[in-house]
Design a protein around this ligand. Sequence first.
Ligand code: MF3
Ligand code: CO
Ligand code: CO
Length: 266
Amino acid sequence: MAVIIKTPEEIEKMRVAGRLAGEVLDFIAPHVKAGMTTGALDRLCHDYMVDVQGCVPAPLDYAPSGYKPFPKAICTSVNHQVCHGVPGDRALKGGDIVNLDITTIKDGYHGDTSRMFAVGEVSIQAKRLCEITFECLWLGIAQVKPGAFLGDIGGAIQRHAEKAGYSVVREFCGHGIGAKFHEDPQVVHYGKPGTGIRLETGMIFTIEPMINAGKAAVRELADGWTIVTKDHSLSAQWEHTILVTETGFEVLTLCAGSRPKPEWVR
Ligand code: MF3
Ligand code: CO
Ligand code: CO
């Protein structure tokens, strides 16, 4: 399948959807505290998206072939959960790290972004994993410009993660995004620079590295959605939606509360 090049009108809608997705994370950040359940975070985000932003939460009832419909409005992945964690009655406790992944649909277009949150005081190891993964995201983003190779993104991410002693999850990847949640291309977070398709102005895709403190292997829980590390090691993920521009990139999911790019990344 071919990669869709977005029109200026579509790009404008993607800017709106992207910013709104980021703003859900800004909204929920003060609620990510010990004692809060992931289900309560889901409910708050759901109501904010629907009632305040006038958005549709894309995960709710999302059912790619082979999957049963996702039952909640956001994904909450705690500690050794890698991605697609289903919100429920699990209460967060001090020392947990949790990824909140938000996908909005506004005016028919999707914005997709996730961040890591630390609950209370977390271990030095957990903090380092979240930091290195954030750096991986931005090292990947920094590769984006017309004429660059898709493999430049994965190559930069894999190199940084493995230098830190971590491993890159293979089974899940970034993705084209637009009127559909998941479009071509698949943006894997490992690989060789100089390989794969060439990026073109007007492409929009996510970069969303999942980095494990231990081995790369993952498995799916019996709920049919939640992905965990096989060795129970901690896992972290950060995600932005990226537009390829004539001069490089534009991060569509930035908003007031976004963490800025590490200043040494260029
Ligand atoms: N937001 C995830 C991504 O970044 C996809 C979640 S699919 C869901 O691609 F159904 F679990 F929500
Ligand atoms: Co995504
Ligand atoms: Co996402």
